[in-house]
Design a protein. Structure first.
Lengths: 160, 1106
């Protein structure tokens, strides 16, 4: 089992995801432990999505949205900012370093900034190490089973 | 026995078997399988040399293992190869140690060896050794480039690479290929070439850095296809090389491509070739070409860009240092009669201000100075932005610098100018940025004969104020900076406007050439368990050279619900897409994952593939393993492979929860409601009606025409009164326009494509149905309260003066004194905006007065003359005609006394003393202010106002005539003060934008919308407040409902709903959490979950068949 920290990036479609693509077309190299999850807008990201990531043992979460004032949906990134603050507070209360979560703003033309953000986040997570919630191997075996369970639920037509 | 087909050879590398074309080398086969073998002297597309031996592998032979170099050993059928055995590792280590001893000075080689675990050598190091004598450079120069400028000399320990006689050679064509391919960075072509090295500078980064010969035209090039520079390509100039065609897996290189001429049969031509920047070499006193640290503003933009040559850091060219002080010189090549450019380029003041602010944001300690003549911040909210720059510490110096000189040593620049108090001042700066003027597009010069349109004196396309879009040739329209320098919003507006012009002309032909694609009926998958098919793309070598694609396929096959996984060379290729369709049917797939590039470019393509195969397009999901994996982790193939596996697994986790979504359509009511019957409203109405749609035009006054009825003549002497009455006649007689005078709109319900509104006329209230709403409610001139207005009948406003001149009501003595005061009650704390038109109006009226009273003394007291564009020529004409322009300071306004006669006192900054005038007429440039009913209209349409009371568009630059809510548009002075020509452009633009909705019978409604579960809704109104588009409403049974036609699918409401009653289709929790949950499931080797339907089972038994 690898003990390298895993960082999950919640990116909005219009800016951060586009910037990540741009970093690619510019062939900028950044740490490979980041996994990008695409959202229509950071305003869609709910507290429980962020908490779920930590619950599963993700070591760092970065939320990346448009520049303030430049949100494609006007104010989604400002709402995300508040939610990120709230989740940071919760993390602190339950004994997980709030620094493991951060919100960043960048425009779709800022490929280099995306690479920088990933590096910044890595530099921040490195001293903290692996999340205390990262489960042992035995527990993880439930992972895929849980995935199957979720899927079953989806099939049964629950809308949430 | 030979089991493979005769044209295939089977090879097993590291336990994985694959079929390759016979005769390819082991190295090529391994690369095709995504297995990397280290090599130094092998260069893709070139004959192998086999010199470095780093690529050795082990063959399994009946006589035991045998070590061969993989780069030149051909594949034989049934061959078994191992790339990473202890013996191979040992051999490779010794080879690398020998190479390190040969070239101890090569950093590149040391890094290469270190990556393979070799950091030191026990052998004696060759002093100054950098070259490993692989001969790649010699081969490239001789075989590929056909030059042979270098070759191997000497034997044994004295062997080295040299040009003939060890003298610089004319044979060298300075292509740099030898340096480029050298695996140890030992090659240096400057020791070989007699010719000097030329950097390949291109427009990509505005000639600031050398770029590859095969490159995009610029970073945002559309289409995103690179091209070869014909002038420098070795193949196209000498016939040699041709390596790019050799290595391009997609076969996309075509050297034979030629310009072709196509004949098209069209009904209208829109000219939009734009502008070219002034060539700064024509203003040589500013040092361009001599002084390294003098750059153009277009270059400075690239320095500020995060994707530019300095990655967004402001660095000056001479020493790459951060400049401590930057100077902007304005009006280089504009307002310049010596260069025959005696017009204003309109955009540079704000562009320089923006660049100054950005420079300050990038480097807060940098001093920024702007040398300017007049700050032309005439647009909407421009003055606010200008004030912000001043607050940030940008200093503005009013002057016209006479020269820029380089200081030897520091390479700083000295700018000499005359200050406002008539002193000669020299200031030193680290970097000078020239704000280049805008000139007609250089490409226009060659084409103008063909277009056969008339040009004006400066070479721009000739238009007039009242027909700003029409050229001299009917059916040919012009938009953007080709007709006059203009900024982005005005250009975007004109682009929509010329589209409307063309659409009106071609109304009868609309839709006649449209082909609609048909799709098979959609398969109902709701009852089926997920059957996921995963298609993983090599993207040639883009992905496969880093990511072990086969390993990803194998890993993916073990995931639950995955019934099929395969890899493709190019998943987006037509034949692969056909294959996907076949596989969807063969394996009865009901979820499809494509792991390749970014969904931003390819999602639409694959969604279409799904539709072709009878699947709902929303059952597709993409994993981005190229742009966000292989391209950004090239040095870490193992980690990149792990990441690709994770990304695919996350996508599977999300995909199993996907649901088919239906993209519904709503019928469109093909009519427009226009509020306001001024020039804007009437022009929009006529343009829409000419395109074939109905218009309800509502005017609150009892006559049409609005403020334009008080304007009589434009600067170019077009007759506005005649124009307005012509418009009124056309509106009143147009069969598709219904005008309601003395009427107001009371209620607007519905959404884009389907509105219902109440129009209150003096007689009755009518209900009308329409697809769009256009707001053209105009603005008005404020009656001033200062400068004696209202106290003396000698004090009037510019608009009143226009009327009196036109009606011939002025009776002034021959030698009278006429004083005009600009910026009255505007650009102050109360109204911090510019009314845009007053400077030009003053110039226009002053010129008219001059004609009537040749002996009169006419003075214009101004703060800043904002005669932008070609209006500058009139300003010049006015000065030539003896009209005096006196600048006053905003801290010391002119004083007007009305007791006995009229006295005006003003301090002239140039003379340094007070002027006292006793005018016979005092004309005030009163501000244009928003109408009083703005708040009512804002509430009625639920659209925002800005701080000055003007309506606020969706995006200042990119959507200048749209409101944020779909189907609502804006034009004329309700948007901001503007000239009649600009209102006409904007009104046509609105008509063009409106037609994009009205031309449809039905409007598609996005399927990715929010939905409220009425059982959970507590009608708390949170969603109503959160939604930027007013999509949620409280419905009949007191529960929130979301109008799908209005919802943009951002999901803001779903995450804000306290009752969790709202869901966003395609981003359900089960989908998002599915992805998150499956991410960390893979840090161990999990067992595949046995589902009922595995690949081996084949097609699932359809349970809906009886």
């Amino acid at each position: 089992m690898t003990q390298q920290p895993v960082i999950l990036a919640f990116c909005c479609h219009y800016c951060a995801y586009a910037a990540a693509d741009m970093a690619g077309s510019m062939r900028l190299q950044y740490p490979s432990n980041v996994r990008v999850l695409r959202f229509p807008c950071t305003g869609k990201i709910e507290e429980n999505h962020l908490l779920a990531a930590f619950e599963k043992g993700v070591d760092g979460v970065l939320v990346a949205g448009c520049l303030e004032g430049g949100c494609h949906f006007l104010e989604g990134n400002l709402r995300a900012k508040k939610r990120v603050q709230r989740v940071k507070q919760i993390l602190g209360e339950i004994g997980i370093e709030p620094e493991r979560l951060e919100m960043f703003n960048l425009s779709s033309a800022e490929g280099p900034r995306f690479a920088e953000i990933v590096k910044e986040m890595n530099a921040r997570i490195a001293p903290l190490g692996v999340s205390p919630l990262r489960k042992s191997e035995t527990h993880l075996e439930n992972g895929i089973a849980e995935m199957a369970l979720q899927a079953e639920k989806a099939i049964q037509g629950g809308n949430r | 026995m030979n089991t493979a087909a005769p044209d295939k050879a089977s090879i097993t590398i590291d336990g994985r078997t694959s079929e390759v074309a016979p005769g390819v080398t082991i190295l090529t086969a391994a690369r095709q399988m995504g297995i990397s073998i280290p090599t130094l002297c092998n260069y893709r597309g070139m004959e192998p040399i086999g010199a470095c031996r780093v690529c050795i592998v082990e063959l399994e032979t009946p006589r035991g293992p045998r070590q061969v170099s993989s780069c030149n050993y051909p594949v034989e059928d049934g061959m078994k190869v191992n790339t990473d055995t202890p013996a191979i590792r040992e051999s490779r280590t010794i080879i690398l140690e020998l190479l390190l001893a040969e070239a101890p000075n090569s950093k590149k080689l040391a890094e290469f060896a270190a990556a393979l675990g070799v950091t030191s050598t026990p052998f004696e190091k060759k002093p100054d050794g950098e070259c490993i004598l692989c001969g790649l450079c010699v081969k490239v120069c001789g075989d590929l480039m056909g030059r042979g400028a270098i070759s191997m000399f000497g034997r044994g320990a004295k062997r080295e690479v040299l040009p003939a006689y060890d003298e610089k050679s004319e044979q060298c064509q300075v292509c740099g290929a030898c340096d480029f391919v050298c695996p140890t960075d030992a090659s240096d072509h400057t020791h070989v070439a007699t010719a000097a090295t030329r950097k390949h500078l291109t427009a990509y980064n505005q000639y600031l850095e050398a770029r590859p010969n095969i490159d995009m035209a610029h970073p945002q090039a559309t289409p995103r296809v690179p091209f070869i520079d014909r002038k420098t390509c070795v193949h196209l100039t000498t016939g040699e090389c041709g390596l790019c065609a050799e290595v391009c897996g997609a076969g996309a290189i075509d050297y034979e491509q030629k310009e072709t001429i196509q004949e098209l049969d069209v009904g209208a031509v829109l000219l939009t070739p734009g502008f070219s920047a002034f060539d700064p070499l024509r203003r040589i006193e500013y040092g361009t070409g001599f002084d390294a640290n003098v750059i153009a503003n277009t270059q400075f933009e690239r320095l500020l860009s995060a994707a530019g040559p300095t990655k967004g850091h402001v660095r000056r060219p001479s020493d790459n240092a951060t400049p401590k002080s930057i100077a902007f010189i304005q009006c280089v090549g504009s307002r310049d009669s010596k260069m025959c450019n005696d017009y204003c380029s309109s955009v540079c003041c704000m562009a320089a201000t923006k660049e100054a602010i950005l420079a300050k944001q990038h480097e807060p300690d940098t001093q920024v100075t702007v040398y300017y003549m007049d700050m032309r911040a005439y647009g909407k909210d421009f003055d606010r932005y200008f004030n912000r720059a001043k607050e940030m510490g940008v200093s503005y110096v009013r002057c016209r610098p006479s020269s820029v000189e380089q200081v030897s040593g520091t390479k700083n620049l000295k700018i000499t100018y005359m200050s406002e108090d008539n002193r000669c001042v020299t200031a030193e700066h680290d970097l000078v940025v020239l704000s280049l003027g805008l000139e007609p597009s250089a490409s226009l010069k060659d084409q103008v004969d063909r277009f056969n349109v008339m040009l004006n004196q400066w070479g721009f396309v000739l238009t007039s104020e009242l027909s700003p879009l029409e050229t001299s040739r009917p059916g040919v329209f012009v938009g953007g900076a080709l007709a006059e320098p203009k900024d982005i919003p005005d250009t975007v507006m004109q682009a929509s406007a010329v589209a409307a012009k063309a659409m009106a002309l071609l109304a009868s032909a609309r839709g006649t050439r449209v082909k609609t694609k048909t799709y098979p009926p959609e398969r109902d998958v709701t009852d089926e368990p997920p059957r996921v098919g995963v298609f993983i793309c090599h993207c040639g070598s883009n992905i496969a050279s880093v990511v072990d694609v086969e390993a990803v396929v194998q890993r993916t096959k073990t995931l639950p619900f995955v019934v099929h996984a395969e890899r493709n060379m190019y998943t987006c290729a037509d034949d692969t897409q056909d294959q996907i369709k076949d596989k969807i049917i063969k394996y009865r797939l009901n979820r499809v994952i494509v792991a390749s590039c970014t969904p931003r470019t390819h999602e639409a393509i694959f969604r279409d593939t799904l539709r072709d195969a009878g699947l709902n397009p929303y059952l597709l999901e993409m994993a981005n393993i190229r742009d966000q994996c292989s391209w950004v982790h090239t040095g870490e193939p193992d980690k990149a492979t792990e990441k690709a596996k994770d990304l695919v697994r996350m996508t599977v986790g999300r995909t199993v929860g996907l649901k088919p979504l239906v993209e519904s359509t709503v019928p469109v009511k093909n009519a427009a409601l226009i509020i306001g019957g001024g020039v804007g409203g009437m022009t929009a109405a006529l343009s829409i009606a000419d395109q074939g749609y109905g218009v309800f035009l509502v005017e609150k006054e009892n006559v049409l025409g609005g403020m334009a009825r008080e304007i009589h003549e434009t600067l170019d002497k077009s007759n506005v009164s005649a124009f307005v009455s012509h418009l009124i006649d056309r509106v009143e007689s147009h069969p598709r326009i219904k005008a309601y005078l003395h009427s107001t709109v009371k209620k607007v319900d519905g959404h884009v494509g389907d509105f219902t509104s109440d129009i209150v006329t003096p007689e009755t209230t009518l209900k009308v149905e329409h697809g769009v709403v256009i707001l053209a409610s105009g603005a008005k001139e404020l009656k001033p309260q200062s400068f004696g207005y209202g106290k003396s009948d000698k004090v009037i406003t510019q608009l009143e003066l226009s009327g009196r001149i036109a009606r011939n009501e002025l009776a002034l003595p021959e030698k009278s004194t006429i004083v005009m005061i600009q910026c009255v009650e505007q650009r102050n704390d109360e109204r911090p905006y510019c009314s845009r038109v007053c400077c030009t109006t003053a110039v226009k009226n002053a010129l008219l007065l001059r004609k009537r009273y040749p002996k009169a003394r006419i003075l214009v007291l101004y703060r800043e003359m904002r005669t932008y564009g070609f209006r500058e020529a009139a300003y010049r004409e006015a000065r030539e005609n003896g009209i005096m322009f006196v600048r006053y300071d905003d801290k010391r306004l002119p004083e007007v006394a009305v007791d006995k006669g009229l006295t005006v006192r003003v301090t002239d900054k140039i003379l340094g003393r007070e002027l006292i005038m006793t005018p016979d007429l005092l004309v005030l440039a009163a501000p244009i202010v928003a109408r009083d009913d703005r708040q009512d209209l804002s509430d009625l349409l639920r659209v925002p106002l800005n701080a000055d009371g003007f309506f606020l568009e969706a995006h200042v630059k990119l959507r200048p005539v749209d409101f944020a809510s779909e189907g609502l548009f804006l034009c004329g002075t309700a948007h901001s003060p503007k000239f009649i020509s600009e209102t006409i452009s904007q009104a046509n633009a609105v008509a063009g934008r409106a037609a994009s909705i009205l031309s449809r019978k039905r409007m598609p409604v996005g399927a990715q919308t929010a939905w409220v579960d009425p059982n959970k809704c507590i009608a708390c109104m949170t969603c109503v407040h959160v939604c930027p588009y007013l999509a949620p409403q409280i419905g009949k049974d007191n529960k929130a409902e979301i109008q799908a036609a209005v919802c943009m699918g951002c999901g803001s409401c779903t995450s804000s709903c306290p009752a969790k009653a709202i869901t966003l289709h395609h981003y359900l929790d089960v989908q998002i959490l599915g992805a998150i949950n499956s991410l960390l499931a893979g840090t161990f080797e999990e067992q595949p979950v046995e589902t009922t339907y595995l690949e081996k089972v084949g097609v699932a038994q359809p349970r809906w068949k009886k």
